[in-house]
Design a protein around this ligand. Structure first.
Ligand code: EPZ
Length: 431
């Protein structure tokens, strides 16, 4: 049963009164594929700097459904050993609530030669088809059957066959899935037009450290030599910092803080966002593993236009926080969301708060600013828009209520405690 907690937020009415330091957690989108990769190992391994977020509970449910357990050792440290897996079915409830459950399909099918999973659910940002996955498994010699909302996939003789796959879209989780499928396939797998997000680079480095043979890291073409189960041999995976948390906090700091230090992050994963905010007039100090926003000399930011694009282009996951920023910037801007057809649906809520946003189609919106926002009741449809509404509520005058906080908890651990510490008046009301 999904919790229906709420946030009650008192708006700052454009006063930049937050201040202090906020630490960035480990990246959700790095932990998910590395945890799924445990299915490819003959031994267990430890993962550190794991964010305490709702998606961790979904991971736990998926592993329990497979007959194994993710063991929490310390805060942020987990141990996983999948040698005793006794099922090839991905748990339905968890899969319905987390699209990324699909990353388990490659490792399970590669190791056991069969797989059962439901059509995954998750963030409501578009249709989110899975054709790249089903076509890829068929190209690797598997047979796909579908009935009653579940997929039944089987290989002929228990093994996937290495092959060449050209992704018609550089999908992040499809890239991760077929990298892992190729590791236990017979022969070589060549993947073309792959995604190159930092979380994928980190996954490949981890897998190669543990015996995989993956060539081409960071380029659009990967070559994976099929082999046997991997071995961690007591190596530990250290989760990379979450560039989406860091970017979200940077935008929050620019709009609501006199000064804000964003620690334990990797600015090199956020170059385009930092550059565009700096060009807009935000005073950002870029350190090796921190960012500092300084708003001592208050001035209006200049509007700018964005077009979301696969990494290293402008991240679709920071589109909604950036739109909130643009409602407060001087001038008119165009936002072109090229990745998901449903990821601008939330703008009607910002208009309800007083923003001047015009939708041209499901991919394009123009924003005129600055416009004063006033608090109201908001429901976040996905993780990142949920946080964008927190930023909008803090920018606005008066009180806002944000429902469906479950989505925010999926990607931002203990967020109300972390924001309270830098001066935000935000309370969680448990349902
Ligand atoms: C990953 O989702 C991220 N999730 C998303 O972050 C992120 O928004 C997205 O990549 C884009 O950067 C994780 O890494 C766990 P895609 P993913 O497949 O892999 C289409 C967050 O908030 N497509 O790269 O599911 C798809 O519809 C989440 O942390 C197909 O057409 O996204 C989309 O238009 C939200 N067929 C485009 O590709 C397929 O089989 C890119 O999606 C698969 C995808």
């Amino acid at each position: 049963m999904m919790k229906r907690d709420k946030f009650i937020i008192q708006g700052l009415g454009n006063k930049k009164s937050l201040s202090g330091k906020i630490r960035v957690n480990g990246a959700k989108n790095a932990v998910l594929p590395v945890m799924a990769s445990s299915v490819l190992f003959k031994d267990g391994f430890k993962i550190k700097n794991v964010p305490l977020i709702e998606d961790l509970n979904r991971l736990d449910e998926i592993f329990k459904g497979l007959g194994v357990e993710m063991i929490k050792q310390l805060d942020g440290e987990y141990f996983i050993n999948t040698t005793k897996i006794n099922s090839v079915e991905i748990e339905e409830e968890a899969s319905k609530r987390m699209r990324a459950s699909i990353i388990f399909t490659g490792p399970i099918l590669a190791r056991f030669g069969e797989l059962i999973f439901p059509h995954p659910g998750g963030c409501v940002i578009g249709a989110r088809p899975i054709d790249l996955f089903l076509e890829g498994f068929e190209k690797m010699g598997a047979k796909v059957k579908h009935n009653d909302g579940k997929y039944f996939i089987k290989t002929k003789d228990g093994k996937l066959k290495g092959t060449k796959i050209f992704f018609k879209i550089p999908s992040v989780t499809a890239t991760e899935t077929f990298i892992m499928a190729g590791i236990l396939a017979e022969g070589k797998t060549i993947l073309k037009n792959v995604a190159i997000e930092p979380e994928i680079i980190s996954l490949i480095e981890w897998l190669n450290d543990c015996g995989a043979k993956i060539k081409g890291v960071g380029t659009p073409v990967l070559e994976i030599e099929g082999g046997s189960l991997l071995e961690a041999n007591d190596k530990v995976y250290e989760t990379i910092p979450d560039r989406l948390e860091a970017g979200s906090f940077l935008i929050l700091g620019a709009l609501c803080a006199s000064d804000l230090e964003i620690s334990n992050c990797n600015p090199s994963h956020l170059e385009i966002v930092i550059e565009m905010l700096k060009d807009s007039g935000v005073d950002i100090e870029v350190g090796k593993d921190y960012l500092k926003v300084n708003n001592k000399n208050l001035k209006n930011y200049k509007s700018f236009s964005i077009k979301t694009h696969e990494y290293p282009g402008f991240p679709t996951d920071l589109q909604s926080p950036t739109v909130v920023f643009l409602t407060q910037s001087q001038g008119e801007s165009l936002v072109f969301e090229t990745i998901f057809e449903g990821r601008l649906n939330y703008t009607s809520d910002l208009v309800k708060m007083g923003a001047d946003i015009k939708m041209w189609d499901s991919h394009r919106a123009t924003i005129k600013g600055p416009k004063q926002l006033k608090g109201c009741e908001l429901e976040g449809p996905d993780i990142r828009t949920g946080f964008a509404f927190v930023i909008a509520a803090l920018v606005a005058e008066k009180e806002s209520i944000i429902t469906n906080v479950y989505y925010i908890d999926r990607g931002y651990g203990s967020i109300e405690k972390r924001l309270f510490k830098i001066g935000a008046d935000i309370k969680r009301v448990k349902e």
